[in-house]
Write a protein that binds this ligand. Structure first.
Ligand code: MN
Length: 333
């Protein structure tokens, strides 16, 4: 067993990846393109080295349609097919073991566990942790790991890494020094950045439009929240999303968070199976009018049992709509 106190331990990660004779890679529940792109990029690299590799996530049952054209999807398996025992288990883009859902039970059967992630709230639940909250995406952290490992980035791997980069930066809106340098390097391999972005971000089924109409009609503004920073929120009720995929539901927060009068945005999404259960997306504005220093929504989400990034976080809660809103307002103060 290896343990590591250093949260960005590239050397230990490379040693574990080099030594592993079998690898399971786990993405978070309700996967996005950063977790899937990271998982598939790493799977492609390991597979080429002749290492048996399985990639999986607990929920939902199927990979969102927008991600089905990512290279390496042939390495995805159903949760039941994920081996109980493996040399190395890698969790990608997961801030805590809870983000693995039911697959968290596979941690115990792994000789070594490696966490690769960029969430501020990461609990460093791996024996080895490559965690950098300054990274714009887990795929960009993975690119640095590949460099440390001496692994070349070919077009298929670049496609997966770009998928996480373009989505987690909101189409290059939330960037830092080095973001565009990495994008340039990935595009230089010959991948079609426009097509990747269109597939992942700009393509929705027609049913998305009436769903938005219903959901946006529920939007409310609480200008007094958090000492006047303001909260804009909306409910996605079970009946609103019949026939609409979860990835379409995830797009709602990106509209709510554009509200000028609110520095904080929330979307309450009703569970499709459990009565009174809601998953809540939180965003805070990091610049511009009303931002002040920006509210740390990771802190708010963590206090409510979830986690995330400073400007994007989430949690799960239970109750009547008015009660879950009241609980959030009370936590915001
Ligand atoms: Mn991410």
């Amino acid at each position: 067993m290896t343990t590591s106190g250093n949260p960005v331990d590239f050397d230990a990660a490379v040693a574990a990846l080099t030594a592993a004779r079998s690898v399971t890679i786990l993405c978070h529940v309700q996967p996005d393109a950063d977790t899937v792109g990271s998982g598939l990029a790493l799977a492609l690299v390991l597979h080429r080295r002749g290492v048996p590799v399985w990639v999986s996530f607990d929920e939902p049952a199927d990979l969102p349609i927008s991600m089905r054209s990512l290279p390496g999807v042939q390495h995805l398996v159903r949760p039941a097919e994920v081996p109980r025992e493996v040399d190395l288990l890698v969790a990608v883009d997961c801030g805590s073991a809870g983000r693995l859902g039911a697959l968290a039970d596979r941690l115990a059967g792994a000789t070594t566990t490696l966490v690769i992630d960029h969430h501020r709230s990461n609990t460093c639940f791996g024996m080895i942790n490559v965690v950098d909250a300054g990274a714009e995406s887990t795929t960009s952290l993975l690119a640095r790991l590949f460099d440390a490992w001496g692994v070349p980035i070919d077009p298929e791997v670049a496609h997966c890494l770009y998928a996480g980069l373009v989505t987690d930066t909101g189409s290059f809106r939330w960037v830092r020094p080095g973001t565009h340098r990495l994008a340039e390097r990935l595009l230089d391999t010959g991948i079609d950045g426009a097509e990747i972005a269109r597939t992942l971000l700009d393509t929705h089924p027609f049913d998305w439009l009436p769903m938005l109409s219903r959901v946006l009609g529920s939007a409310r503004l609480e200008p007094g929240a958090r000492g006047g920073i303001g909260l804009a929120y909306a409910f996605v009720r079970r009946d609103d999303v019949a026939g609409v995929h979860s990835e379409e539901v995830e797009s709602v927060i990106d509209i709510i968070r554009t509200t000028a009068e609110a520095g904080i945005a929330a979307v309450f999404k009703e569970s499709r199976s459990v009565d009174g259960r809601w998953t809540v997306s939180l965003r805070s504005r990091d610049s511009g009018p009303g931002a002040q220093d920006g509210v740390d929504v990771a802190e708010v989400a963590t206090a409510l049992g979830g986690g995330g990034h400073r400007f994007a976080a989430g949690y799960t809660t239970h109750g009547r709509p008015e009660d879950v809103v009241a609980a959030l307002l009370s936590e915001l103060g």
